[in-house]
Design a binder for this molecule. Structure first.
Ligand code: ZN
Length: 321
């Protein structure tokens, strides 16, 4: 049995990058010497991160998707010594044996060093580029590792007194080194709302100038301090398209640690219909009927990638009668 089975939690399939099957094992990471004890177990899996890139095994044949590459403690001995940061990600029980996952930051290696040292095991690739090609579970562990290491790389100094911070609690906290400064830093996640606005048989999609030509997607934006997520949905739709909405309903979420977002998917209904592009964010926004969306190819338009929350919101709506 998997801890926190997403199907049991929500009665629906998790989004891509949303379930890595790890028990995050908060109790162990609080214990002093947690990282040393993990490294004593030869079956521990090391997840190396080099400058925000993850390690993937080289595909044996052309057209075969790369597979996440984990290193054994023995293989990674030299890398562990030079790692700037180590993060205990959690554990998974396989055949009654708990296997720990440890992310390490080896960004201090020069590019050719990293390439040569890891060449027998694979190469470093940007997870965002190949995310849709790899399994959701392993992709989730890769995304989690990348997000944690990124957070460490941006929080080396105390935001209160400016002194250096050090990694503590198995890599899940950074503590200030200045005597008397009690400032603690925790990994942050930025909530972002993403919503499908409908009006009967049609839905609102927009596009940004920087997107590939023809791509239309749902509207989205970050939650601001002091507002609810439902309020953020209404505000973003009004800011971007001038539409007032009602009946905002949360659907599902997706961690998006590129670098640190959590996408919160919603459906909502339009109270007003006239589109008015209020800010410079969108190049275009239009109402599309289901039939128009299903025939997007004819208009040389296309929808976002299948692994995204936006596409799932659209597909769920399209499949409803
Ligand atoms: Zn401080």
């Amino acid at each position: 049995m998997t801890i926190f089975d997403p199907y049991e939690l929500t009665l629906r399939a998790p989004n891509h990058f949303s379930f890595g099957g790890l028990d995050r094992d908060v109790i162990s990471r609080e214990e002093p010497g947690c990282l040393d004890s993990i490294l004593e177990h030869p079956e521990t899996r090391i997840v190396p991160i080099w400058r925000s890139l993850n390690l993937f095994s080289k595909p044996l044949e052309k057209g075969v998707p790369p597979v996440p590459a984990y290193l054994s403690v023995k293989e990674a001995t030299d890398l562990i010594k030079i790692a700037k940061v180590q993060v205990y990600l959690g554990k998974q029980t396989v055949a009654n044996t708990p296997i720990a996952y440890l992310a390490i930051d080896i960004s201090s290696l020069e590019e050719d060093e990293a390439t040569i040292k890891l060449a027998p095991r694979g190469k470093f690739i940007d997870l965002r580029e190949i995310g849709p090609l790899i399994g959701g579970v392993e992709g989730s562990i890769m995304a989690y590792a990348r997000g944690m290491i990124y957070w460490h790389s941006r929080n080396g100094y105390c935001g209160v007194c400016g002194k250096a911070t050090i990694s503590t609690k198995g890599g899940h906290q950074r503590s200030c080194t200045r005597k008397g400064c009690t400032c603690l830093n925790f990994p942050r996640t930025d909530p972002a709302v993403i919503m499908l606005v409908t009006d009967g048989d049609r839905a609102l999609l927009g596009r940004q100038k920087i997107w590939p030509e023809g791509l239309y997607s749902t509207l989205a934006g970050f939650v601001e301090p002091g507002e609810t997520i439902e309020h953020a949905v209404a505000r973003e739709v009004y800011e971007e398209a001038g539409i007032i909405v009602k009946n905002v309903i949360y659907q599902h979420s997706q961690p998006w640690p590129f670098p640190s977002s959590l996408m919160l998917g919603f459906t909502t209904e339009a109270s007003t219909k006239k589109i008015k592009l209020n800010d410079a964010e969108l190049e275009d926004a239009q109402w599309f009927t289901k039939s128009e969306m299903l025939n997007f190819k004819i208009q040389e338009k296309f929808l976002p990638r299948k692994v995204s929350v936006s596409r799932r919101l659209i597909d769920d709506w399209l499949s409803k009668n």
